[in-house]
Design a protein around this ligand. Structure first.
Ligand code: 1GP
Length: 251
């Protein structure tokens, strides 16, 4: 089970490192070398998806990734049509920071039977969108207000409510390409207040920032945008090292 696998990595290394692959941004020529690079650099798995996919063929993209790697491939869905039976798991995201019923439960009713048929593992995740400088695609598409970045207590209460509703992960999202990542105070408040793993993503552009988020209690770090630039590929290993705080045990 992928959820248990992630928990095992967290026990072994303090935090897990996932890279987000976006079908719109990774050409066929770059996809396989990038995946190999991630594997040798110590990445723990891939998220695939996004709030808005314009050109890529999502299912074909997942198929290519699965052929290329034995690392977990987890759908990070922006829409019901991103459910695909070739992936290993899907983050069953509810935008708990918003009050838009479609993104709290509506899409889920449509997706649940498809997920059941596809037999992939749903991982119930409370998705908390946080203000990060300017409006992000996630904010716009979900039609919801983000949590103000100077209100860690709102994020913490929201995360705890998600935990009490039975969710297994919290995703603190600044938005892909965000100009500012999730504030440290907020990561601390959320991870102290609830006891399910906290994913932090959006706008993380240096290994130092990734490490700070882990020191504040994040247990899964996601980066996407930064490695869309080929010149940055050499830094994947430094990110993995910064995130794998206690890299002593092989999972
Ligand atoms: C977006 O959290 C992810 O959903 C990753 O964000 O692309 O800014 O790294 P970046």
């Amino acid at each position: 089970m992928i959820y248990q696998h992630l928990l095992n990595i967290i026990v072994a290394k303090v935090a897990s490192y996932l890279i987000l692959l976006d079908p719109d941004k990774l050409s066929d020529e770059k996809l396989l070398p990038f995946i190999k690079h991630c594997e040798i650099s110590g990445v723990d798995g891939f998220l695939v998806g996004g709030s808005l996919i314009i050109n890529g063929d999502f299912k074909e993209f997942i198929g290519k990734i699965k052929e290329a790697t034995s690392l977990p491939v987890i759908i990070f869905p922006g829409e019901v049509n991103q459910v695909c039976n070739q992936a290993d798991a899907i983050l069953f995201l509810s935008v708990v920071s918003g009050r838009n019923p479609e993104h709290l439960i509506g899409k889920h009713v449509l997706a649940a039977p498809i997920i059941k048929r596809s037999k992939i593992e749903p991982i119930s995740t409370g998705y908390i969108i946080v203000e990060s400088g300017s409006m992000t695609t996630a904010e716009y598409i979900s039609g919801s207000l983000p949590v103000p970045r100077n209100k860690p207590e709102i994020a913490a209460a929201t995360a705890l409510a998600a935990q009490y509703l039975g969710m297994k992960l919290i995703y603190l999202e600044a938005g892909s390409g965000a100009s500012q990542p999730i504030p440290n105070e907020m990561v601390k408040a959320v991870s102290r207040y609830c006891n399910i793993p906290v994913i932090v993503g959006g706008g993380i552009k240096t290994p130092g920032i990734a490490r700070e988020k882990v020191e504040c209690g994040a247990q899964i770090i996601v980066t996407g945008n930064f490695f869309e630039n080929y010149d940055n590929w050499g830094l994947i290993g430094s990110f993995a090292e910064a995130i794998h705080y206690k890299n002593t045990v092989t999972v």
